[in-house]
Design a protein around this ligand. Structure first.
Ligand SMILES: [Zn+2]
Ligand SMILES: [Zn+2]
Length: 253
């Protein structure tokens, strides 16, 4: 796969004071997709063909429900349901099928998924997640390139402790996919030092936070780092999920 560089948004995100600049980029993109979909994109045939097929995941149904365009959401959900009913008629129509222990390969040689797996795939598929994944791969590619090519960016990357765990996996994936044998160890060393350095700090702060609950430490005020350590740890482990880091830009719709 060929990726294009998208330098400006990546530089902007790394210049901000946040726990994971890639989480920041992801949240901003997510907000843009939600807005775009609910303002007019849902009327475009190409977009509707996609959303009819995929529907949305839990998070994105919830976020769309919280915005005010009920008509847009109703129209997309209606045509998605029509498509889903057609496919469920087939899946649930295959009555009396037993679960196969070994994957079944059909006449075409393709692996046939079990019925629960087919339904689960429907539940998991999401047009916004698909769009986000494509964009985040481009941003991760740009991050890897900038970290190798620019000293000022390398310093910002270190100062942020690299990225959260899900985005560390994404960066490593892009490094494996796109870097030469010569460049890869260089980027991987930077990633390892940055990510592990920040995780060790968070681990220490978290320990110091737990010590606050010991009666022998009563009256000693926790450091700001210890105070925020639970939030920092969760956002590092799972990507921005709690506190200000996870907040979408304010909306008045
Ligand atoms: Zn992240
Ligand atoms: Zn989604």
């Amino acid at each position: 796969m060929k990726y294009t560089l998208d330098t400006i948004p990546v530089l902007d995100a790394f210049r901000q004071d946040c726990q994971c600049p890639l989480c920041r980029l992801q949240i901003n993109c997510e907000d843009g997709y939600l807005d775009g979909l609910l303002s007019s994109a849902y009327m475009e045939p190409e977009c509707r063909t996609r959303t009819n097929q995929t529907g949305f995941c839990r998070r994105h149904y919830t976020l769309m429900y919280e915005r005010r365009n009920r008509l847009g959401l109703a129209l997309m959900t209606h045509t998605h349901l029509q498509e889903l009913i057609r496919s469920l008629e087939e899946t649930l129509g295959e009555t009396g099928k037993k679960r196969s222990k070994i994957p079944f390969f059909g006449a075409s040689g393709a692996k046939e998924e079990s019925r629960p797996a087919r339904i689960q795939a429907r539940i998991d598929s999401c047009d916004i997640c698909d769009q986000l994944e494509k964009t985040m791969r481009r941003y991760a590619f740009t991050t890897v390139r900038l970290a190798l090519d620019r000293e000022d960016f390398r310093q910002m990357f270190e100062a942020h402790g690299g990225a959260c765990l899900p985005h560390t996996a994404l960066l490593l994936d892009l490094a494996e996919e796109t870097l030469s044998e010569k460049e890869r160890p260089q980027f991987e060393a930077l990633l390892r030092e940055s990510v592990l350095g920040r995780l060790r700090e968070i681990e220490k702060n978290l320990y110091s936070f737990t010590q606050q609950f010991d009666y022998r430490n009563a009256g000693i005020a926790p450091t700001p780092e210890a105070k925020n350590s639970v939030e920092h740890a969760l956002n590092r482990l799972a990507g921005a999920i709690v506190g200000e880091e996870a907040a979408l830009p304010p909306h008045n719709d």
